[in-house]
Design a protein around this ligand. Structure first.
Ligand SMILES: Cc1ncc(C[n+]2csc(CCOP(=O)(O)OP(=O)(O)O)c2C)c(N)n1
Ligand SMILES: [Mg+2]
Length: 357
């Protein structure tokens, strides 16, 4: 494998030259968000199998790249997600119940069930709505960054995308524009080795994805994406550079999609289980736990308490969300236009006046 920036060693010690030296509270919070994302994934996949939610896209194995990057941004920076980052929305303060309501598309889903399943948004946390077409979020992210720059707003944008997205035209458009206009954008590519059934070797002939940044006139850095401190460090540096007017950075987080692409996918049809096992040995959660333990900040009792608390929180969120009815049929006319045009009003009036069964 091509070298990647690494901070946490296998034994839980850190490279002193690169350690971002988090305070205990921050480090424990980082572990908490990653563990929440992991447990949430398992619970949501089970709910999908039971027919209680429609669809789910897990992030098993990618928690460090997601949470580490989200925590490296300041709270009023923007996050433009791909579709695999519930951990980043939770870091931004999204309540678990609201997230589950969006998975269910019920009456308390802020998008009123208009979005595709598992395509949530958290407006209060500057977390954009997920756009399912691969790569289309990247020009959006650069546009937000450029707008902030024009307004003199000293914020940055974190944009998530996958290795597969680097083959899209939107990736080129976004990278080129960001480079030329020095838009304050951190491009966080989660290179999880697969784009559904297509391996990364079929996406590019380049040795790394990070080096693509050079062609657009800015820096690319490759980090071990199973190492939350490495991702945190690289993302934080990139965000600071963006805010100092030094333009965009591409961060390639080398990870692995341990689970299926989504609840609709069966990876045993196209990849070898031995490959999965090899990456599982580098699981970001036990690795971060070793770092916490070695720092004297964590033990078995903390772990048991955390798992219990998270399990209870998710159960409560699911129970509460399941008591909420679906959105009323009239909501299908809401939030489509800022001002409802005449033809839509006519359709809504006719619909509301229909004889009820
Ligand atoms: C424009 C477009 N083409 C195809 C798809 C179908 N599709 C959904 S996800 C995906 C793979 C994307 O892979 P990658 O960018 O590596 O992200 P990952 O799913 O691995 O996180 C594809 C092909 C789509 N949603 N949009
Ligand atoms: Mg991928």
């Amino acid at each position: 494998m091509v070298d990647a920036l690494r901070v946490i060693r296998d034994d839980g010690s850190t490279d002193p030259r690169l350690d971002p030296k988090l305070a205990k509270d921050e480090a424990v919070a980082m572990y908490r968000w990653m563990t929440l994302e992991r447990i949430l994934d398992n619970r949501m996949l089970a709910l999908q199998r039971q027919g209680r939610i429609g669809f789910y896209g897990p992030s098993l194995g990618q928690e460090a790249a997601i949470v580490g990057a989200a925590m490296a941004m300041d709270p009023d920076d923007w996050i433009v997600p791909q579709y695999r980052e519930p951990g980043a929305a939770l870091v931004r303060g999204m309540p678990l119940k609201e997230l589950v309501c969006q998975f269910m598309g019920n009456a308390e889903d802020p998008a009123k069930g208009h979005q595709m399943p598992c395509h949530y948004v958290y407006r209060k946390g500057n977390y954009l709505s997920i756009s399912s077409p691969v790569g289309t979020q990247l020009p959006h992210a650069v546009g937000i960054g450029w707008a902030m720059k024009l307004l003199g707003d000293k914020k940055a944008v974190l944009a998530f995308f996958g290795d597969g997205a680097t083959s899209t035209a939107d990736f080129h458009v976004a990278m080129n524009f960001a480079g030329v206009f020095r838009a304050p954008t951190v491009f966080l590519c989660n290179n999880n080795q697969w784009a559904i059934s297509v391996p990364v070797s079929k996406q590019t002939a380049s040795a790394t994805l990070a080096e693509k940044a050079n062609a657009y006139g800015f820096d690319g850095v490759r980090v071990d994406g199973m190492d939350a401190l490495a991702v945190y460090r690289a993302t934080r540096e990139a965000a600071h550079r963006a805010k100092d007017g030094l333009g965009p950075t591409l961060v390639e987080a080398v990870t692995y999609r341990i689970g299926p692409h989504s609840s609709s996918d069966d990876p045993s049809r196209y990849r070898d289980e031995s490959e999965v096992a090899a990456w599982q040995a580098r699981d970001p959660l036990p690795r971060f736990r070793r770092y916490l333990e070695r720092s004297g900040w964590w033990d078995d009792r903390d772990e048991a308490r955390l798992e219990q608390e998270i399990g209870d929180d998710i159960s409560r969120a699911v129970q509460e969300a399941e008591r909420i009815p679906p959105p009323g049929p009239d909501t299908m006319f809401a939030d489509v236009y800022a001002e409802m045009p005449a033809h839509l009003r006519e359709q809504m009036d006719a619909f509301l006046a229909r004889p009820r069964r």
